[in-house]
Design a protein around this ligand. Structure first.
Ligand code: ADP
Ligand code: ZN
Length: 624
């Protein structure tokens, strides 16, 4: 009989895991599926762990690595990610190192030597290096506790990040059958999951899948008008001085938006595949280490980034699919603190996307899939209901109710009976011959007698000037919604020419009515105060906490500078907030706060307390 398809019935982990979680990392309880994953490792079993970004996948292997005999070998495709993780582990006093092409021969030999002497609890390595004979011989030289294979979806051949070198990792199973393997990923649909298990893990491997929801992300969609102007207003109002990512579809778009933000005083830098490697590396480093840097990027930016304190991800163009959107927006809030997903889109996006699909080399089956993906992301943008529900349902989950945290939940959009407007719009498209884009038809509706319109005699049509009651921007919103609902279709050459679809007929004949959403401007959604009065986590509402937080941030910058690591390696925002709120007076009190493990207490404790003492003295003096 086959081994049962592996669910772990009683995830009993030893006290060692919990003890290490508290002592080394300063956290009280497991999160998500950490307990289940660690239980699998302790039982010597393979497991696939699918948990969303920011939910704590790394501790699933970092914890057992600390107390199980032997080393944990972590396969990771990304150099910057290895560097960050090793720096963060070192700050917590964990013996970890990496081997990759950024080390020179001498440095690499030193790491190998430490590994051979069993001094390392964790060794990070790129997949292509792992499968070299030299590295495999090194692995033979030392007892191993477990293998962790990060970004495991890269092994899936039809997936979006396929890396051929991942296929070779199958040899781990053959050569070290007794060493448990954890394969980890944030995104894997059921076929990808099966592929990962089949290719990398033992037959009875457990599959542990957490939900897709990212409760700390807040979703919002606005109708694009000025684009950059709306973005700037959003940044100023809600994220002054905070790190974020702005996605644009094209390199030119990246350059324009980055320049426009920079001209308005935002610390913005561009990132796209057209920049030389040195510039890309410099910009990526600035973003990683900085506290208020906004990177404007094409989708080329992201895989190597696990900066935890990204406070917003903005899209100024329609993303390609809901999967892409989920992954890109998911780069916000990895530290579990609130982050915004903000998306601005317009009719033009739909026009371009349709023509891109039509003109691609793909076969008809593939094009059908892409059209369905486009429809899904448009449905997300156009919904009047909860956006999180749309997103989660797409990934096969049935959310229990509305989320209460997206724009539509916070301020349900008003709808209005737009039947008459829809009839005017559709018949104007029809009477002008279904050969023009929205801009031209709107001019006709609004009675603008431009040269082009007069030349064609369209100023004599019955529809000329029947739409004067709405501004051009309002009409754009109406056209976009009509297109999004399939009453109008854009041509496939990308000219933006609109034509009626069969669905338009009943509306024109007065047999069907149309309700549309009111336009949502950038100002919609949550109300926030201006800079300085920015909404802070509840913790910082305690008297004096906000000032302490700012002082602690300075200290963190200082410490980060001294050690040449990004600030979040020293303390996460959540830890700083807890310190600011509690204002501990002794090392003992400080030790009780989340994110303060033994080593951080020893290294930074005194300096944190000194800052708090100075703040107290300052307050007393101010108070007279
Ligand atoms: P992922 O790899 O899944 O994106 P990380 O492993 O980087 O996520 O963890 C995300 C954040 O959650 C980190 O700031 C980490 O310190 C924190 N974290 C992880 N596990 C716990 C826990 N059990 N309790 C509190 N915080 C945790
Ligand atoms: Zn919602």
């Amino acid at each position: 009989m086959d081994a049962p398809a592996a669910v772990i019935e009683s995830p009993i982990v030893t006290d060692r895991a919990l003890e290490a979680l508290r002592r080394v990392f300063g956290y009280d309880a497991f999160r998500g599926l950490q307990r289940e994953a660690i239980a699998a490792v302790e039982a010597g079993r393979d497991a696939l762990v699918v948990m969303p970004t920011g939910s704590g996948k790394s501790l699933c292997y970092q914890l057992p690595a600390l107390y199980l005999p032997g080393a944990c070998v972590v396969v990771s495709p990304l150099i910057s990610l290895m560097r960050d993780q090793v720096a963060a582990l070192a700050a917590s006093g964990v013996a970890a190192a990496y081997l990759n092409s950024s080390l020179d021969a001498g440095e690499a030999r030193a790491v190998e030597e430490r590994f051979r002497r069993a001094e390392l609890d964790l060794l990070y390595v790129a997949p292509e290096r792992l499968v070299t004979e030299r590295f495999l011989a090194l692995l033979e030289s030392t007892p191993l506790a477990l293998f962790a294979i990060d970004e495991a979806h890269c092994v899936a051949q039809w997936g979006h990040d396929f890396r051929p070198e991942y296929l070779e990792l199958a040899l781990l199973r053959d050569r070290w059958p007794a060493v448990p393997r954890l394969a980890l990923t944030a995104t894997a649909d059921p076929p990808t999951r099966r592929e990962i298990v089949e290719r990398l893990l033992a037959p009875g491997a457990a599959t542990l899948v957490a939900g897709f929801d990212r409760p700390n992300l807040r979703y919002r969609v606005v109708d694009r008008e000025t684009g950059s102007g709306q973005l700037l207003a959003f940044l100023r109002r809600e994220h002054p001085g905070e790190s974020g990512i702005v996605y644009r579809r094209t390199r030119a778009g990246v350059e324009t938006t980055a320049a426009s933000l920079a001209a308005h005083g935002v610390d913005a830098i561009p990132y796209h595949a057209g920049l030389d490697a040195e510039t890309r590396r410099r910009h990526q480093d600035r973003f990683r280490a900085g506290e208020g840097v906004v990177v404007v990027a094409t989708v080329a930016f992201g895989m190597g980034i696990d900066k935890p304190d990204v406070r917003f991800v903005a899209h100024l163009d329609l993303p390609e699919s809901l999967e892409a959107f989920y992954q890109e927006s998911g780069r916000g809030g990895r530290d579990g603190e609130p982050a915004d997903s903000w998306l601005a889109w317009g009719l033009q996006d739909l026009v371009l996307a349709r023509s891109r699909i039509a003109r691609s080399e793909a076969d008809e089956a593939r094009k059908r899939v892409e059209r369905a993906k486009l429809e899904a992301i448009v449905a997300y943008c156009e919904t009047a209901g909860c956006r999180r529900q749309v997103l989660l349902r797409y990934f096969g989950e049935e959310p229990p109710g509305s989320c209460g945290a997206c724009d539509n939940c916070l301020a349900p959009p008003a709808t209005w009976d737009a039947t008459v407007e829809a009839q005017k719009a559709l018949s104007a498209v029809f009477r002008t011959g279904q050969r023009f884009g929205a801009g031209y038809v709107i001019d006709v509706l609004r009675g603008e007698a431009t040269d082009r319109i007069r030349e064609r005699g369209h100023d004599r049509l019955s529809v000329f000037g029947v739409g004067g009651e709405h501004s051009a921007i309002e009409w754009r919103g109406i056209f976009r919604q009509l297109a999004a609902r399939g009453l109008l279709a854009a041509d496939e050459e990308g000219y933006g020419t609109l034509a009626l679809t069969p669905e338009a007929r009943p509306v024109l004949r007065g047999e069907a009515s149309v309700r549309l959403r009111e336009l949502r401007r950038a100002e919609g959604g949550r109300k926030r105060q201006r800079k300085g009065e920015k909404e802070r986590p509840a913790l910082l509402a305690v008297a004096g906490a906000a000032a302490r937080f700012e002082r602690l941030r300075e200290l963190r910058r200082e410490l980060a500078g001294e050690q040449g690591v990004p600030p979040y390696v020293i303390f996460h925002d959540a830890t700083l907030e807890a310190i600011a709120a509690e204002a501990p007076a002794t090392l003992g009190e400080l030790a009780g706060l989340p994110g303060i493990g033994e080593k951080k207490l020893e290294r930074y404790g005194e300096r944190v307390l000194r800052v708090l003492r100075e703040e107290r003295a300052g307050e007393a003096a101010d108070g007279g």
